[in-house]
Design a protein. Structure first.
Ligand SMILES: CC(C)(COP(=O)(O)OP(=O)(O)OC[C@H]1O[C@@H](n2cnc3c(N)ncnc32)[C@H](O)[C@@H]1O)[C@@H](O)C(=O)NCCC(=O)NCCS
Ligand SMILES: Nc1ncnc2c1ncn2[C@@H]1O[C@H](COP(=O)(O)OP(=O)(O)OP(=O)(O)O)[C@@H](O)[C@H]1O
Length: 297
């Protein structure tokens, strides 16, 4: 593209893409995740398994630096002008995912979220702003300003689950979460992560507790697409009940988690959106990075 200033191939860009890959791998390997693909089973999915997720991640990562580069080279533009330029990259990523998975949607939500986050990181770096959680999420929110109103409010013939669920129930899904600057991640998941890491330092247990909190409060359109609003509320109530009884740290916490896994599988329910936000939480937990990390010392 002529006239576009691309960033130098800095270690920072490669570090961020590596952090994204690690976050996605940690998410799918975490076990037991109720209703989701993990090392114990394929959750409520007939068309997915662990190997497919790993192949999908391997297919996605080489495409992700483009989001950072576009965020960097468009740093002088108004944020709302950037999202339409990111969309083709996102759709190409989805095509790459579907090619790698034989047509199975493993990371649609993750591509959207991480494409925005990497573009935000590129924008902040070009603007010499600190790479920390708050400015990163604020930049994502600015990219997506008006997205729900623009893409969902006027829908007459819904083509996707997300569009249908907005029309029927006003659920905003991945778009709403991104436009809010990942509010659920910042207000629920990251505080839970920090609290658990301070309390026990056990990363696996902290991630399971984060997932439970996300399942308890996130309006996950994957659940609503599979089980209607009743299915979404069932999972939220079950997760809230488990947390109320002490969560994963309770003496019978893990046994209750396995039982919830079996219950969601029996009901064909999969909290895929919460799984995506779990990966976003793991990614953001690494920030501040770069100069901001040194400045934070
Ligand atoms: C914006 C997209 C992902 C919305 O897709 P869709 O209409 O199916 O919406 P929906 O929100 O139901 O689901 C998408 C995925 O998001 C995840 N998800 C569901 N609910 C939530 C939630 N509350 N919070 C976060 N993620 C969620 C699920 O894994 C789901 O598979 C899609 O339309 C799209 O534009 N994809 C191309 C990628 C792109 O635009 N990238 C450019 C920005 S980088
Ligand atoms: N470990 C995981 N297991 C299952 N789904 C996950 C996992 N991690 C993330 N997800 C998310 O959940 C989505 C898969 O859920 P689901 O299969 O309900 O979506 P779908 O493919 O759109 O629906 P359907 O399979 O009914 O056509 C993926 O797009 C992904 O965003």
């Amino acid at each position: 593209m002529s006239g576009i200033t691309l960033p130098p191939r800095t270690p920072l860009r490669e570090q961020l893409v590596q952090q994204m890959g690690e976050a996605l791998l940690q998410e799918v390997m975490l076990t037991p995740k109720p209703g989701l693909v993990d090392k114990r089973n394929n959750g409520a999915h007939r068309d997915m398994n662990l190997g497919l997720f790993v192949r999908s991640i391997e297919a996605l990562l080489p495409r992700m630096p483009r989001f950072y580069d576009l965020g960097f080279s468009t740093a002088a533009l108004a944020p709302v002008q950037v999202l339409p330029m990111l969309r083709p990259l996102g759709l190409a990523c989805e095509a790459g995912m579907l090619h790698a998975t034989g047509g199975v949607n493993t990371h649609k939500g993750a591509i959207f979220a991480f494409g925005l986050l990497l573009a935000a990181a590129g924008r902040l770096t070009a603007q010499q702003q600190p790479l920390a959680q708050q400015p990163l999420c604020e930049a994502v929110s600015q990219f997506c300003r008006g997205l729900v109103q623009r893409e969902l409010a006027g829908i007459t013939a819904p083509r996707t689950a997300g569009e249908r669920l907005y029309q029927q129930h006003g659920l905003t899904g991945a778009r709403g979460e991104a436009e809010s600057g990942f509010h659920t991640v910042r207000s629920v998941a990251l505080p839970t992560w920090r609290r658990m890491m301070t309390k026990t330092g056990d990363k696996a247990q902290a991630r399971l507790q984060v997932l439970l909190h996300l399942m308890a409060w996130n309006a996950d359109t994957n659940l609503a697409a599979r089980g209607g609003v009743a299915g979404l509320h069932y999972v939220q109530q079950q997760a809230q009940g488990l947390l109320w009884q002490g969560g994963v740290s309770a003496p019978d916490g893990m046994a209750r988690l396995y039982a919830l896994d079996d219950a969601l599988i029996a009901r064909h329910l999969s909290p895929g959106g919460s799984a995506d936000l779990l990966a976003v939480t793991a990614f953001l937990a690494e920030f501040p990075v770069g100069e901001a990390a040194w400045a934070a010392w």
